[in-house]
Write a protein that binds this ligand. Structure first.
Ligand code: SAM
Length: 212
């Protein structure tokens, strides 16, 4: 995987401990303490520059949000958005989704968002897809009963392999749209990638699945 980590970005993230949690393992089992209000916790994995997570936090003050992103040079832009809006219900973690079980207790998270995840189209890289069964197992271990994953992408191949992966894992499909922007779905918050691809006319695929 291409590394996009930069020392200046790490320094900036460290300057805002109220928004960027540097030792998330310390909050395991007590994420309520990191927020002003005890309310449902939704996380986005691969949050990028934070357009979605900050938009969701603004639109839904009744939820808490955590954006999780590996690349510090990207997540700093999400931090800029949070600083600008002074949002109390969103935090950032500059960590790898592989390690989520180190940071959250089973049942601490109510919903996982995966938006425009890297497609890893080659079969030999399938295990790196964030909807691969090993990742579904990680999410199951931090979500509560009937926890949900909401997934959207412009990549039809990734969408199809993800639907297969959800089904093989025994998950229940509760919503599907094969053309989100030409549907009656309301309340969509766009991500950076979504803005880029939809403006070029790409179709956006979206689904919601639930653990049984
Ligand atoms: C294609 S970008 C999409 C960004 C954003 N969600 C959007 O829609 O604009 C995928 C992002 O996922 C991040 N990512 C990939 N694998 C990850 C992992 N295992 N843990 C955390 N972030 C990851 C990448 O660094 C990248 O920023």
């Amino acid at each position: 995987m291409r590394q996009r980590n930069k020392p200046w970005a790490k320094d900036k993230l460290a300057e805002y401990p109220q928004y960027v949690i540097s030792e998330p393992e310390k909050y395991k089992g007590k994420w309520k303490e990191a927020f002003d209000k005890d309310q449902p916790l939704h996380i986005e994995i691969g949050t990028g520059k934070g357009r979605f997570i900050t938009g969701m936090a603004k639109a839904n003050p009744e939820n808490n949000y955590i954006g999780i992103e590996l690349a510090d040079s990207v997540i700093v832009t999400a931090l800029d958005r949070i600083i600008e809006d002074g949002l109390p219900n969103v935090k950032l973690l500059n960590v790898n989704a592989n390690d989520l079980r180190d940071y959250f207790e089973k049942g601490e998270v109510d919903r996982v968002y995966l938006n425009f995840s890297d497609p890893w189209p080659k079969k030999r890289h399938a295990k790196r897809r964030l909807t691969y069964k090993s990742f579904l197992e990680i999410y199951e271990n931090i979500l509560g009963d009937k926890g949900e994953i909401h997934f959207k992408t412009d990549n039809q191949g990734l969408f199809e392999s993800s639907l297969m992966s959800f089904s093989e894992y025994g998950m229940l499909l509760t919503f599907v749209s094969l053309d989100l922007h030409n549907s009656d779905y309301e309340g969509n918050i766009m991500t950076e990638y979504e803005e880029k691809f939809s403006s070029r006319g790409s179709r956006i695929f979206r689904c919601e699945v639930q653990y049984r």
